[in-house]
Design a protein around this ligand. Sequence first.
Ligand SMILES: *Cc1c(COP(=O)(O)O)cnc(C)c1O
Length: 372
Amino acid sequence: MRPIIASISQSALRHNLAVVSRHAPQAKIMAVVKANGYGHGLLNVAQGLQAADGFAVLGINEAVALREAGYQQTILLLEGVFTPDECVAVEQYALDVVVHCQQQLEVLLNAALKQPVHVHLKMNTGMNRLGFAPQHYAAAFDALNASKNVSGITLMTHFATADEAPGIEVPLALFKQATQTLPANLPISLANSATILRHADLPADWVRPGIMLYGASPIGGVPAASFNLKPVMQLHSEIIAVQNLNVGDSVGYGNRFTADKPMRIGIVACGYADGYPRHAGLLVESCQGASVVGDLRGAPIAVSGVTSRTIGRVSMDMLFCDLTHIPQADIGSPVELWGNQISVDAVAEASGTVGYELLCALAPRVPVKLVD
Ligand SMILES: *Cc1c(COP(=O)(O)O)cnc(C)c1O
């Protein structure tokens, strides 16, 4: 078998869930498990997060998979229904729905439901993605509140800059102002991971952590470990070939790396068809154009427990790394692409993206193993 494997740690999921609880002790936790559990496998992460009060997904199929696996918690469709016929499954599987626009609101009001559903009514407080404008929010609330199809309403918004300037002051003020005429004591759901970690003082009946549950950082430049989060996914492979380079020898497609000293390099069984970013470590080159000879930086990688860097362009099924300072490394030596030693966020940073994208992009061809 090709040696690449992703291990998913149940104990790390439980640990990270406990970190959420410590930051939001009064709130119920809606574990966000969209995108196949951020690439970790929906049912794999649900198992580690079974103490969560709810799960948030995008599609009916994910919600049904959770129900059929026996989860009885709240399950929220984060973008609500996409077509009116989905109301049948919402009722059958007792799902909560987001209502984010007038069309969805009318679908719900006009549905022939025997059991009313709980609605998370979304306000657009400035991100301009989903949600009712603040000035239309109370009318949407009143229409839902008067409907026999609705059993209850949670007030919800989502922040664009919880982790950076200008912060959440303006959207939070908009939210408070637009909800102040509504009945008191309605449940509120505001916080994603960055908000949970940065704004512990917010009112919260529900919090909606995603990335922090998987042990990656929602905040650029701030390591997940500094929040006491543990990486859930370990992406490991092995060295499958070794090459010795003379000065002037080049590596990989496009000769993007040329040795300026004698080097020993390893070929790793992991490529972009596994979800590893093709641009890992080539940022400097791409910024400065063709005049730069070679890869200047590389992405971090660990071989036999020793930190190294990738070199050259990542291929579809393989990538290159420097073994010059790791003489004990040879064919069969273990490689960590990301995990406990190499954070996914560090690989992401060297690739011009975020840990979220790398985790979600783990390819279906990579075998996944559950570990405690
Ligand atoms: C994805 C998502 C979250 C989780 O965000 P993280 O940054 O991963 O914590 C929370 N709320 C909504 C509405 C989302 O779409």
